[in-house]
Ligand binder design. Sequence first.
Ligand code: DHB
Ligand code: FE
Length: 288
Amino acid sequence: MAKITASVFTSHVPAIGAALDLGKTQEDYWKPLFAGYDFSKQWMKDNKPDVIFLVYNDHATAFSLEMIPTFAIGTAAQFQPADEGWGPRPVPVVQGHPDLAAHIAQSVIQQDFDLTIVNKMDVDHGLTVPLSLMCGEQDPKTGAWPCPVIPFAVNVVQYPVPSGRRCYNLGQAIRKAVESYDEDLNVHIWGTGGMSHQLQGPRAGLINKEFDNAFLDELISDPEAAASIPHIDYVREAGSEGIELVMWLIARGAMADVAGGKPPKVAHRFYHVPASNTAVGHLILENT
Ligand code: DHB
Ligand code: FE
């Protein structure tokens, strides 16, 4: 049986990818941010998953206003790093896990969540920046990510976006799906995006440390309460792009305690302001 053993939560700011790719990680501005992921890179080595189920959002890269799937699962064998305007990031191609992805699609759709199945898709900073932060830099040609990745894209760009509650419930369905897969696989589920940020309009640059830290507390010990936060509160408190945080609830909903198991162990917690326009939050939770 496959099992979800841990969840990882992290912001996915594109400028973090640029700082890595341009060799700026030791500059004063970036150093404290990257230091917050030293633990995480070692943790990834010590707790190497067989597959990462990576929840992120596409930023009008693979999708656009022409087509807006609410939830899209990547079932391909490979996903190319996207060109977001400055050429693709110099990172390895992302290897998928078509068998497990197809199984999860089958199970989750039968549990009444309508997923879009995507057999061809480039992946943008929402997916590759978390991989770089957690796995360290890899040579784009000779290197490789540590394991296959199933991309799971959520629409948080164009309203209407899914509620936190629906995301949380979907996480529980994903857990059931993973646990009904025959092969013994160690699966990690990641939730990316957030924390507070607003990229446009009069409130551009908004950061809310109090909201972010209360969200981290609640996500750890009272995920039901976090799942009840309405859209308007994210927008008001965490800025228009703070709505990306609903994706963290998918990963949290997939943890054992939500299905009646023991509360997760907090392996790592980190918060840093600023990175570009965003407050960076990061958590690693382990099922005990
Ligand atoms: C920024 C953050 C994001 O999450 C994103 O998708 C794009 C930009 C930023 O802080 O600049
Ligand atoms: Fe984003």
